[in-house]
Write a protein of this length. Structure first.
Length: 368
């Protein structure tokens, strides 16, 4: 807290101290712009490829986070209705049956899944960021859905560029969903998986003043060490905290037996290709919460277990850090290095003009 005192004297000469009114205003500013917040990061797997059941499970986790006093809860990548692991196990045609199953279990906006998560957020007075496969038209997108504590859908973030084999499932997002939400509990934003490795993504959210970040990840086992394991991706998230002076909810999925069975059905050799192969395909949960310097400030859960981890944040921690390094402010050189953020929605077809009525009724057609 900012402290600045001036002396007064009672009539009897006794000294007393009072805070300057200017300082009181500064303290109110700090409390309003840099509140103290309790947050929760989910570590769990869905009911694999079952949207309705996964939504019910999500609501149980939301309620658990709220019972622990959390004002915001973040979920792992593609929690609804699960990450399409089959894309990494064989060629795209081999997984078409599961891809169709995902298509039939994708989230519509608005729709029943959104309605239930919305109601749960309102009933439990909690902000929710949940990641899932969204369908618009006939295209699937990987999307973080953001709800406020009144159940309003504040907006969403679509993964800008799905990674490698993911492009056989999900389409690209665009700048219209790269939004930071200004709320009473802070400025909230999020990314998914390897989006954290793209400097332009960090700058885009940082330029909007993001304070609390939801980092949605798939299962991240410690071994074997490779680009899809814990160390490099936790490092990327910690770097995000440092770069934007933001707290991060590091939300990882757990690979459960139902996912292993469905992905490897009829092909036991696929098990060796799963990132969690060293543990019979299970686990990969490593959720935690980082402060603005990348330090762990939450409890943790064993990698095969499910639940939520919780931490208390004081958003004023970022003030001193940004005084030293503001990566989208005084520590930049925009005269020689800058970027352009296009917020417009990208559409494949731009329809102009009104549709001409070319129809003719049966009666008209039969007239002589």
């Amino acid at each position: 807290m900012l402290v600045n005192l001036f002396r007064l004297r009672h009539a009897n000469g006794e000294r007393i101290w009072k805070k300057d009114s200017t300082v009181l205003n500064k303290e109110r500013f700090v409390m309003n712009k840099y509140p103290k917040v309790r947050v929760a990061a989910v570590q769990a797997g869905p009911v694999y490829m079952d949207l309705d059941a996964s939504v019910e499970k999500a609501c149980v986790l939301i309620k658990d986070a709220a019972k622990k006093g959390a004002q915001l809860v973040g979920f792992p990548e593609a929690f609804l209705p699960g990450y399409p692991w089959w894309i990494w196990l064989d060629n795209p045609l081999a997984g078409m049956g599961l891809t169709e199953k995902l298509f039939r279990n994708a989230i519509t906006v608005p729709g029943p899944a959104i309605q239930k998560i919305s109601a749960c957020a309102k009933e439990n007075n909690i902000y929710v960021c949940i990641s899932g496969t969204e369908i618009e038209g006939s295209t699937l997108y990987l999307t973080q859905f953001w709800f406020d504590n009144n159940g309003n859908l504040m907006g969403k973030h679509r993964k800008m560029k799905p990674s490698n084999a993911e492009r056989t499932i999900w389409g690209d997002g665009d700048g219209s969903t790269m939004e930071v939400f200004d709320t009473p509990i802070g400025k909230l934003g999020g990314l998914m998986c390897f989006e954290h490795l793209i400097p332009a993504n960090l700058m885009t959210l940082g330029a909007q003043g993001e304070q609390i970040h939801v980092a949605s990840w798939p299962p991240l086992p410690e071994k074997p060490e490779n680009i899809m394991s814990l160390m490099p991706n936790e490092t990327a998230t910690r770097h995000y905290c440092l770069a934007n002076a933001a707290f991060s909810l590091f939300c990882t999925q757990v690979f459960n037996q139902d996912a292993v069975d469905m992905c490897c059905e009829g092909h036991p050799e696929y098990l060796k290709k799963l990132p969690t192969a060293l543990n019979n395909g299970l686990g990969g949960g490593n959720s935690k919460i980082f402060d603005t310097t990348g330090e762990v400030i939450s409890d943790t859960i064993p990698e095969t277990e499910e639940g939520v981890v919780v931490a208390d944040l004081d958003l004023s921690q970022s003030i001193g850090q940004k005084m030293l390094i503001d990566t989208v402010g005084h520590y930049t050189k925009p005269g020689c290095l800058h970027m352009v953020f296009n917020r417009n929605a990208e559409k494949s077809v731009h329809i102009e003009g009104e549709q001409v009525d070319n129809s003719i009724s049966f009666g008209k057609l039969q007239e002589d």
